[in-house]
Design a protein around this ligand. Structure first.
Ligand SMILES: [Zn+2]
Length: 344
């Protein structure tokens, strides 16, 4: 996420179409501020109340568009209305780019579906008073907001659509989209300033700032836990990729915490006979440690040292697990399946 969605749970909370919704108090404050002034004979607190109510309905409808599309893709979604708009966060299985784009577009699509007919019928709408003020505000907050949202600026939907369509991994795509976002938001801000829309200038500045912050973010490093590193190392040894196992270890920031049995196994696999004593010492020190037993079995097999295995009957489950792993590697899932219950 580019501009962080406010966490915490202050504000109004309810459910809409089954989705949890939270409205941050600042949403009402900012929308109230935007509603100051009024038009068509509606002024003062009434104008503010109308603007806040229409903004609430319009932004909620927009976010529900995202949420319903996310649910149709098997995701669970929740909605927060905050700042100048809202955000729908959804989680679930990985989505195709097409699905992702569909979810991004579903929000503006709802705004266009409501706003466009209102805009086309504008001459038939009342020309003064509450009817006019509500209609014009609704057009601005549905059609206008959808068009604004489709600008290629993160975290707006247009920015998400752009990031979704770009080539590369997600980090590269987000970075490129943020670069485009800085330029487009700055240009939109300049246009808003020239048109005398001072408040839009604030919004543009907020977007420029957010996109610059995204550009400054470092590529996230994938750090394996010690356990994951140990499992990955043993799997590489099983696959006969000793060089890769060694590379994985020496480039890991947690290499110093690696179990001695795993280190010993790598040494044995790499042709260092001294590694054997390290594995045996570690495994005999903790006979019920599965990881160490797995390493001892592998090291013994590598050395064809069957006497060491026969002298340690408690290694039987580890030996069966090893056999099941070999079966999987050989593409014999059926054998692995039969070994699995006994290997526990
Ligand atoms: Zn949206």
């Amino acid at each position: 996420m580019v501009l962080p969605v406010p966490t915490g749970d202050r504000g109004l909370k309810f459910r809409a179409l089954g989705f949890p919704v939270r409205v941050d108090p600042f949403f009402f404050l900012i929308m109230g501020f935007l509603g100051i002034g009024g038009a068509y004979g509606v002024h003062g607190p009434q104008a503010i109340a109308v603007f806040v109510a229409v903004a609430f309905a319009a932004v909620l409808a927009h976010e529900l568009g995202h949420a319903v599309a996310a649910r149709a893709s098997g995701h669970s979604a929740s909605i927060v209305l905050y700042g100048f708009g809202g955000a729908t966060t959804h989680r679930g299985p990985a989505l195709s780019r097409g699905r992702g784009a569909l979810i991004s577009f579903a929000g503006p699509a709802v705004g266009l579906a409501i706003g466009l007919p209102l805009f086309l019928a504008r001459d038939a709408l009342p020309s003064y008073g509450y009817g006019r003020y509500i209609a014009v505000t609704a057009i601005f907050l549905t059609l206008g907001l959808s068009v604004l949202n489709l600008l290629p600026i993160l975290p707006l939907d247009g920015g998400q659509l752009l990031a979704n369509a770009l080539p590369g991994d997600s980090y590269t795509r987000t970075r490129t989209a943020a670069g485009v976002g800085v330029v487009v938001a700055a240009a939109a801000g300049a246009a808003a300033y020239a048109a005398g829309l001072t408040f839009s200038l604030v919004l543009a500045a907020w977007l420029v700032f957010g996109n610059i912050m995204t550009l400054r973010e470092q590529r996230p490093r994938v750090v394996m836990s010690v356990r994951e590193l140990e499992n990955a190392t043993v799997s590489l040894i099983d696959a006969g990729r000793v060089d890769q196992a060694i590379h994985l270890i020496i480039t890991s920031p947690v290499r110093d915490e690696l179990d001695p049995a795993v280190i010993g196994l790598v040494r044995v696999a790499n042709g260092d006979p001294a590694g054997w004593d390290v594995v045996v010492a570690a495994a005999d020190e903790a006979p019920h440690d599965q990881q160490r037993a797995a390493c001892l079995v592998r090291a013994a097999v590598a050395r064809a040292d069957w006497d060491s295995l026969l002298a340690r009957p408690h290694l039987a489950p580890a030996l069966l697990r090893w056999a099941a792993d070999r079966a999987v590697l050989a593409g014999r899932e059926d054998i692995a399946e039969r070994l699995a219950p006994t290997a526990r």
